[in-house]
Design a protein around this ligand. Structure first.
Ligand SMILES: [Mg+2]
Length: 236
């Protein structure tokens, strides 16, 4: 990995703690009005949502669901599972969830510091799946991320979602760097590791799982990540 010229970072659960915001937003919804989910307690609502949402996003990434079907459909499925009598409120609930979700965005410990120190050595960017308005709002809340970035790539604005290689190729051509000289930093095996490898990028996988895939290394410690980047940049 001697020829890295650009580092793209994933946003959710890599730089920003999406999982925390998702849990707190659902908890807030449950606490606000018990009528939303009938007698279903928060742990059941959360575990049900966490089963439904990845499948919805998978279908959205394959083009099987529209954005609206993804955004509202996950709450239709959640209500069907937890409180079918409330099904007519799925759309309102979906909007309310997103508003609450935004209240709980916060950085992953150590990630912003690593992002900033990487940016001192190499040009960086952000490559993220997600609804454009949410991802833009996250960047607005943490303006340093966009300020330091040379490129922001949001799947919905391009028309392909990770792990579609076309999204990675779009991101590479946007910064005019060849695929084999880009490092991607992300937490998802399917979206980030498989997508990045498929595009011919190097991948730093933010995970406690091991991998022997070529051009992929995993890490959980952002200080170790920063040291690896410094090793690449300052290698004689
Ligand atoms: Mg992620």
């Amino acid at each position: 990995m001697t020829n890295i010229e650009f580092v793209y970072f994933d946003l959710d659960d890599t730089l920003l703690d999406h999982t925390h915001a998702e849990e707190k937003a659902l908890e807030s919804l449950c606490e606000d009005s018990a009528a939303h989910f009938g007698d279903s307690a928060f742990p059941l609502v959360l575990s049900t949502y966490q089963k439904i949402n990845p499948t919805v996003w998978h279908k959205y990434s394959l083009g099987e669901y529209t954005k609206e079907q993804a955004k509202v459909g996950r709450f239709e499925q959640l209500l069907e599972a937890c409180f079918p009598e409330g099904l007519s409120r799925a759309k309102a609930l979906a909007e309310s969830y997103l508003a609450r979700y935004a209240d709980f965005w916060q950085p992953i410990d150590g990630a912003f510091e690593a992002f900033t120190s990487t940016a001192a050595s190499l040009p960086v960017g952000i490559l993220t799946n997600g609804f454009s308005e949410q991802q833009r709002a996250k960047l607005k809340k943490f303006p340093h991320l966009e300020h330091v970035s040379s490129a922001i790539v949001i799947s919905e604005e391009v028309g392909y979602l990770k792990p579609n290689i076309k999204l990675f190729e779009h991101a590479a051509s946007k910064v005019n760097i060849q695929n084999s000289s880009i490092l991607y930093v992300g937490d998802s095996f399917r979206s980030d590791v498989e997508g990045g490898v498929g595009a011919g990028w190097h991948v730093a996988w933010y995970s406690d799982q091991e991998t022997d895939l070529p051009n992929v290394w995993s890490f959980t410690d952002w200080n170790a990540f920063t040291e690896t980047i410094e090793g690449i940049v300052h290698r004689p």
